[in-house]
Design a protein around this ligand. Structure first.
Ligand code: HEC
Ligand code: HEC
Ligand code: HEC
Ligand code: HEC
Ligand code: HEC
Ligand code: HEC
Ligand code: HEC
Ligand code: HEC
Ligand code: HEC
Ligand code: HEC
Ligand code: HEC
Ligand code: HEC
Length: 301
């Protein structure tokens, strides 16, 4: 190492030492905390160790929920993950347990009753809780679609029932529980029963055109890809794709803003020719021939 390098190193380390000192000096000084007042404690006498006289000379505490867990592992875990607001101690519900006697057939008697805490929650019509809440340990997420349950959708979802009735479609005749099968709240994919119009179409796309409870009230945005329309109107789609006309740059949905709606040319073009001409030829297509393939002056456009 030559002396120049040494000098540089020396200066370097000197500078860092100074910097550290400066940093320390400018550190805010922590306020001195008031020392807690020590009050004189009475001398604690260590409890005398008593030799147990009998193995029963101990207090046993009731089992905690965590202690039920290792034996009832799956129930514990189910409540933990799906119990929702039923994540309460087991014994709050199971005031009696390990008391089932097959001779006495007392299962129902010892099992907790929903009414104890909830009363007849939704009114008399829904008194048999287990018809719908089939799993007390996951009372909201695991509601199997029983036949009794399937008959009662309309009682709570009157609006949906009305929507289906007031907009007659083939879905009106499909039972609620055919689509919402399996369990309460299940939302089906359209593709469980239908093929998409074009590949890779997703459920949100289907729903953006077909409100599921009134599927023939078709609505769509003007950004819908032409290929979707083309899946049924192949001839028009192919003609427009191949056309030299600038209408090729207009989407199907921009002109046909609702399904089956036929636009007038004036909506976009106003009055492009003189009054006289238009009086004589009221239909633009008398000259422009085909809206999906306008004859153009030069095909190279
Ligand atoms: C909200 C009340 C409630 C809570 C909390 C609850 N249970 Fe239950 N449990 C019930 C009801 C109601 C039944 C009866 C179900 C039936 O009749 O089939 C039951 C049934 C059982 C059964 C017998 C049926 C089976 O599925 O094997 C066991 C075992 C059981 N519970 C254990 C537990 C344990 C362990 C906990 C706590 C980790 C717990 N329960 C928490 C309400 C509850
Ligand atoms: C040492 C293991 C063990 C522990 C701890 C345990 N159980 Fe059980 N429990 C069993 C067995 C074994 C059965 C009978 C088989 C079955 O139903 O799974 C049973 C059955 C049950 C039953 C249904 C039959 C009946 O007679 O009630 C309930 C309810 C129940 N246990 C609740 C509880 C609760 C609540 C706790 C905690 C407070 C608990 N168990 C702690 C082993 C245990
Ligand atoms: C020991 C009392 C007790 C019993 C018995 C009981 N529950 Fe509950 N349940 C509760 C409590 C507490 C809540 C939470 C309520 C709240 O937060 O307002 C609750 C909440 C619920 C919820 C809403 C759950 C959620 O996550 O939002 C449902 C559904 C429910 N109970 C159904 C039942 C059914 C069905 C039964 C009978 C199988 C039953 N309960 C038995 C105490 C009980
Ligand atoms: C016809 C089916 C059906 C029957 C019968 C039924 N319930 Fe329900 N219950 C439901 C449905 C569906 C919900 C809503 C679940 C959800 O919000 O996802 C519900 C919700 C609840 C809730 C939770 C409300 C909240 O605050 O989220 C409680 C508590 C409840 N039921 C208790 C009961 C009790 C107690 C009984 C019997 C006396 C009973 N239910 C009978 C279908 C039923
Ligand atoms: C006791 C009243 C009750 C009954 C009976 C009932 N529901 Fe519900 N349902 C509810 C409540 C409460 C909710 C949750 C609140 C909400 O989001 O509107 C709900 C939510 C739903 C949802 C929406 C879930 C989501 O993710 O948005 C569907 C789907 C549904 N129910 C279908 C059904 C079907 C199908 C039936 C008949 C088999 C039925 N319900 C019966 C009360 C009920
Ligand atoms: C053809 C299948 C189908 C049928 C039949 C059907 N649904 Fe639905 N339902 C769906 C789909 C899919 C969704 C999700 C819609 C969404 O996300 O916009 C849904 C959403 C719902 C919802 C939650 C959203 C809302 O609109 O409130 C409820 C509640 C519901 N359905 C209840 C019912 C009831 C009650 C019936 C019978 C009267 C029924 N459904 C019939 C497929 C169906
Ligand atoms: C459980 C099965 C099922 C599901 C899920 C389902 N549908 Fe259907 N849908 C049907 C049946 C059955 C018909 C009648 C078919 C027929 O007669 O050819 C139908 C008919 C239709 C029709 C024609 C309606 C008419 O009146 O002409 C449309 C549109 C439709 N479905 C869209 C959808 C969309 C969008 C979804 C998803 C949001 C969906 N469906 C989910 C069963 C289903
Ligand atoms: C851009 C809007 C649009 C989208 C997105 C769309 N559809 Fe359609 N769908 C239509 C039109 C328009 C019809 C024809 C209606 C008629 O016959 O009057 C139709 C008809 C149907 C029919 C009736 C039977 C048939 O094939 O003629 C079914 C079923 C259907 N669509 C299901 C679906 C499903 C499933 C999806 C999603 C994968 C979907 N649709 C997405 C516009 C759309
Ligand atoms: C699932 C098939 C399907 C899809 C997808 C579809 N249509 Fe249709 N469309 C039909 C049927 C069926 C008719 C009725 C034909 C008839 O009445 O001769 C129709 C009729 C029309 C008509 C009226 C035709 C006339 O003669 O008056 C226009 C315009 C139309 N569709 C445009 C579109 C556009 C734009 C799209 C895309 C957003 C589209 N369609 C998507 C099936 C479909
Ligand atoms: C520049 C506006 C415009 C565009 C873009 C357009 N259309 Fe049309 N379409 C019309 C007009 C206007 C008519 C009525 C023509 C007539 O009266 O002869 C029509 C008629 C139709 C018809 C019924 C007559 C026939 O030729 O079968 C269908 C189906 C149709 N269009 C589908 C489509 C589809 C699919 C697309 C996209 C691939 C599309 N249109 C793009 C304006 C347009
Ligand atoms: C939704 C709007 C819309 C409708 C409806 C519409 N057009 Fe056009 N049209 C356009 C656009 C956009 C252009 C391209 C203009 C540009 O690039 O400057 C165009 C261009 C044209 C051209 C110029 C030729 C070409 O290839 O560039 C003619 C001619 C024409 N339209 C005739 C018609 C006729 C006839 C109708 C009715 C049958 C009609 N248009 C309906 C939007 C529309
Ligand atoms: C008598 C035949 C005739 C009728 C009817 C007619 N046009 Fe034209 N239109 C033409 C001719 C020819 C051209 C070409 C002129 C040019 O290239 O300078 C033209 C050009 C156009 C252009 C293109 C202008 C440009 O800048 O490129 C539009 C847009 C147009 N017409 C729309 C319409 C509409 C909308 C109607 C109905 C209201 C209509 N035309 C009726 C003959 C007609």
């Amino acid at each position: 190492m030559d002396s120049r390098k040494k000098a540089v190193l020396l200066i370097g380390s000197l500078v860092s030492v100074i910097l550290i000192i400066v940093a320390c000096a400018t550190q805010p000084i922590a306020p001195v905390e008031a020392e807690p007042v020590v009050t004189a404690k009475p001398e604690t006498v260590p409890p005398e160790k008593k030799e147990p006289v009998s193995p029963y000379d101990v207090d046993i505490k009731p089992l905690t929920t965590a202690e039920c867990g290792p034996c009832h592992f799956s129930i514990f875990n189910q409540i933990r993950h799906e119990g929702g607001r039923h994540r309460i101690d087991c014994v709050q519900c199971h005031e009696k347990f390990h008391a089932y006697n097959p001779i006495r057939q007392n299962w129902k008697e010892i099992m907790p009753r929903c009414e104890t805490c909830h009363g007849i929650f939704h009114g008399d019509k829904f008194a048999a809780c287990a018809q719908c809440h089939s799993n007390p340990h996951a009372p909201k997420t695991q509601m199997a679609m029983t036949p009794e349950f399937a008959k009662m959708c309309g009682d709570c979802h009157a609006k949906v029932g009305q929507e289906l009735k007031q907009n007659p479609s083939k879905h009106t005749k499909v039972a609620c529980s055919m689509c919402h099968h399996d369990r309460h709240g299940y939302i089906p994919s359209c593709m469980e029963c239908h093929r998409p119009h074009v590949e890779k179409q997703t459920d949100p796309e289907c729903l953006s055109c077909h409100p599921v409870h009134s599927p023939i009230n078709i609505n769509y945005a003007h950004t819908v890809p032409n290929a979707v329309c083309g899946s049924c109107h192949g001839a028009v789609f192919n003609k427009l794709e191949a056309s030299a006309s600038r209408h090729r740059l207009v989407t199907c949905a921009q002109c046909h803003s609702k399904h089956k709606y036929i636009p007038t040319c004036e909506e976009c073009h106003g009055k492009p020719h003189g009054e006289g001409l238009l009086k004589k030829f009221p239909n633009c297509l008398q000259c422009h021939i085909d809206v999906h393939d306008l004859p153009t002056k030069s095909a190279s456009r």
